[in-house]
Design a protein around this ligand. Structure first.
Ligand SMILES: [Zn+2]
Length: 282
């Protein structure tokens, strides 16, 4: 990160934390303005809608494994299975950023999500990973941060971002909209990682993260979304055993069931006192 980028981020942080001084005439309107604001940090988060984002699509295959199935196909199959489960078993609305094999930009995916109320919606981007070493396997969950947890996370975000980079200015502007939902992103990713690792019996590749559960990286699709948002890498298509599992309908059903369980646990957690969520943040 350059010195200019660091200064811009510092300026944004000051903006976010500084008390707002207003003149007497402005004071009379400031209260009603803040109550209407979508960034009102006081409003409780109550889950009513889930946006499922199947990574890649169309001309962008994503990662490719040893067999015929590509990442874009596996992501979409799991997304459809999860959407069907949510509709059958819960009262949440489900929205898909893509429901067919078509290309869609990362900013468009976020735009679709942002039509929903940020304090009632959870955004989950579904992906599968790859690695030059075919022995590497396991599961990772990410939330957005301009500064990646580690070099691997930074490289992964660069690859998933394709040509759509995240500038510090995007980060600052979008962070203003995200005020108050960050802790929910963290909680959602923590629950997704923990439920999926235990239910799927897969390797937790987030052990190097501060809380051993949630990694951070500058994913383009996560910077623009104004609601709690996470990206999950379900496994490595370059690992033959994991490719075979992720390509099978049976394992895809298991993943969808585990994700549903995670969404429901997240909903319950947000209904608890917010302080309990804060207490778990590293
Ligand atoms: Zn991907």
């Amino acid at each position: 990160m350059t010195v200019i980028e660091k200064s811009l981020i510092l300026a944004a942080m000051l903006l976010l934390t500084a008390p707002v001084s207003v003149s007497t005439t402005e004071k009379s309107t400031s209260a009603s303005k803040s109550a209407e604001s979508p960034t009102n940090v006081k409003a409780p988060f109550r889950l009513t809608a889930v946006v499922l984002d199947a990574g890649h699509g169309g001309r962008d295959p994503g990662n490719v494994g040893p067999g015929r199935k590509k990442e874009k196909d596996i992501n979409l199959a799991i997304t459809h299975k999860l959407a069907a489960l949510i509709r059958k078993k819960t009262a949440y609305e489900v929205h898909l950023t893509r429901s067919t094999d078509r290309w869609i930009s990362l900013t468009e995916r976020a735009r679709i999500a942002n039509e929903l109320p940020p304090r009632q919606t959870l955004f989950i981007s579904i992906h599968c990973n790859s690695h030059p070493d075919s022995r590497v396997h396991g599961l990772e969950s990410y939330i957005f941060n301009l500064q990646a947890t580690d070099k691997f996370a930074a490289d992964l975000a660069k690859w998933e971002n394709d040509e759509e980079v995240v500038s510090p200015v995007d980060f600052i502007i979008n962070n203003l909209h995200k005020r108050g939902v960050d802790k929910y992103s963290w909680e959602a990713a923590r629950i997704v990682q923990s439920v999926l690792v235990s239910q799927l019996g897969t390797r937790n590749r987030n052990r190097i993260a501060p809380d051993r559960m949630v990694r951070q990286a500058p994913f383009r699709v996560l910077v623009d979304t104004r609601m709690p948002a996470l990206l999950v890498e379900l496994g490595y298509l370059t690992n033959k055993a994991e490719y075979n599992k992720l390509s099978s309908a049976r394992y895809q059903d298991k993943v969808a069931n585990a994700l549903l369980e995670a969404i429901q646990q997240f909903d319950q957690a947000t209904q608890e006192v917010d302080k309990r969520i804060e207490a778990r943040l590293p």
